[in-house]
Design a protein around this ligand. Sequence first.
Ligand SMILES: NC(=O)c1ccc[n+]([C@@H]2O[C@H](COP(=O)([O-])OP(=O)(O)OC[C@H]3O[C@@H](n4cnc5c(N)ncnc54)[C@H](OP(=O)(O)O)[C@@H]3O)[C@@H](O)[C@H]2O)c1
Length: 251
Amino acid sequence: MAPNLLILGGTTEATALSGAVHQAGLRAVISFAGRVERPVRQPIDRRIGGFGGVEGLVSYLQDQRVTHVIDATHPFAAQMSRNAIAACAQTGMPLIALTRAPWTPVAGDRWQSVPDIPAACAALQGPARRVMLAVGRMHLAEFAPNPQHFYLLRLVDAPASPPPFPDHHVIVSRGPFTTADDKALMQRFEIDCVLSKNAGGKGAYAKIEAARELGLPVTMIDRPDIPPRHEVFSVQDVLDWVAHTGTDRGV
Ligand SMILES: NC(=O)c1ccc[n+]([C@@H]2O[C@H](COP(=O)([O-])OP(=O)(O)OC[C@H]3O[C@@H](n4cnc5c(N)ncnc54)[C@H](OP(=O)(O)O)[C@@H]3O)[C@@H](O)[C@H]2O)c1
């Protein structure tokens, strides 16, 4: 039976994949959590909203007669990735993750690695600083314990409610960003430290390069653990995998 793909999206890579599967004439749906107000336009069908945990995803896979699942979510979307692993294991569904290698420090980087957002917040205890806080709007509330800092926030959508710290500036933009622009931005707002998730990939790396060029310290949040799964790093690898996987499942 012809492949019928479910792409778990929300990243540049997922959007690139949806273009490629469209070009290849494959049947596919891309799924979004519904976190952003204006999801990027896609050339394939899309669905929006959670599935309802592992059980809901299992039902979706069965009802929609999905043949392959491609997890192209952000490396920090760990719950979705864990659910995909569990639902695919339960249903015997082929699963692949289209992901990005984490960033690693290079000469000139001044990183302090922390395991998670609470640890990142704890690392900000102390006198007032000027922080570029690149964690996404869902996590702003967790920085309430450190309201003494100025925070520069760059978000895809404006926050639904005011952040829990008085001194901040919000820039609404989804990029792409350049190192030169981010360097100028950090200089304009006199940023003296950067706090970032270790997202990997090119799209969000400009601020890390800018921090390096300015000699600024970066608090880097390590990725959450995700159980082992088949991972690839390119759209072509996903297409090759689809071509060679699951064609005898009879679904
Ligand atoms: N976390 C980040 O830093 C980040 C950055 C950029 C983009 N994103 C994108 O934003 C989305 C949400 O991220 P998150 O960190 O909130 O995820 P998460 O914590 O792993 O997911 C929480 C719940 O949201 C739903 N969900 C997540 N991704 C979904 C998808 N692609 N399609 C349908 N439902 C989805 C699932 O609900 P049910 O259990 O009800 O199925 C999941 O259990 C992801 O698609 C991710 O690719 C995240």
